[in-house]
Design a protein around this ligand. Structure first.
Ligand SMILES: [Zn+2]
Length: 293
């Protein structure tokens, strides 16, 4: 079973938890670490002969176009992680479209091809921002990976379909690839997909979750992480206790956990695993298994 590996390429001052302490206006002045940490990710993937989808922040593509070219030259899929890492549900539809088109332009400039897959900052396509999917289709995207089918304080649509599927928007269909979750019971869905959960919990939690999704549900698991999660020397800018715990715990052990994951499971880019929408279940937004009203 091929699973999906994805990397959200952003600097250590971009995560939503850190942005509460570091305003956008300071980004250009802060020392960037994203090129070095992403180079380490590329080396790790090369050592395990694994290709992935890299969702790149437009701000990073504008400042470091050579990094985007290096990722593409290594055979990875280039995708879009917005321009300014703003939460979608805090933007108006016009602001979201402007941010998305800005990101597409700088990423396409750097990579030489338009990205066709999108991931919202902090999985911020929720019930109140489902309109964004129509905008993504209008902007040329065929695939989205922004809906986390769990309950969380900042994101998530509990009850949303958990495996790759097609959503019918007024502008046309889009493939939706949710990050991995495990179903412990019909009412108890827990996150498996990555980043913080891989970093904060023992390795066996993520490994058991992927095995369960592959063997019991016969589905591919979509895993994600960020280059800053293997950078234990990054400045600690987040200020609240919760933000510091979510962002900085487990940084030291993350690289060896990732190496083990790459040894134990087979991974491929998102577009390789979900290339054919005709074999995926389709849902109109707001009906079927989707409890959106
Ligand atoms: Zn992000």
């Amino acid at each position: 079973m091929r699973n999906i590996l994805s990397v959200d390429v952003e600097d250590y001052f971009h995560p939503s938890e850190v942005q509460r302490s570091v305003d956008h206006s300071r980004w250009d002045a802060l020392p960037s670490r994203v090129c070095d940490s992403t180079a380490e990710v590329l080396d790790l993937l090369a050592a395990h002969r694994t290709r992935a989808t890299f969702f790149i922040l437009g701000w990073v593509a504008r400042r470091f176009p050579a990094l985007v070219r290096r990722i593409a030259a290594a055979g990875h899929e280039i995708a879009c992680h917005s321009y300014a890492h703003s939460l979608v549900y805090e933007l108006s539809p016009a602001e979201f479209k402007a941010d998305t088109l800005h990101a597409v332009a700088v990423i396409a400039d750097a990579a030489g091809a338009r990205p066709t897959a999108y991931r919202a900052p902090s999985y911020s396509i929720t019930r109140r921002s489902l309109w964004a999917l129509e905008t993504l289709v209008e902007c040329g995207f065929t695939t989205d990976s922004s809906i986390y089918p769990i309950r969380h304080d900042r994101y998530g649509i509990p009850g949303h379909p958990r495996h790759p599927h097609v959503l019918e928007t007024p502008a046309g269909p889009i493939i939706e690839v949710p990050p991995a979750t495990a179903s412990l019971s019909p009412s108890r869905i827990v996150p498996v997909g990555g980043g913080g959960y891989l970093r904060l919990l023992p390795y066996r939690y993520t490994a058991a979750g992927i095995r369960r999704i592959n063997a019991v549900e016969q589905a591919a698991a979509c895993i994600y992480f960020h280059p800053w999660e293997i950078d234990a020397a990054q400045p600690r800018l987040a200020s609240s206790a919760l933000a510091r715990a979510r962002t900085y715990l487990g940084l030291h052990g993350m690289k060896s956990k990732l190496a083990r994951l790459l040894r134990d499971f087979e991974f491929a880019p998102l577009s390789d695993v979900c290339a054919d929408p005709s074999v995926l279940p389709a849902f109109p937004i707001g009906s079927g298994n989707d409890p959106v009203h």
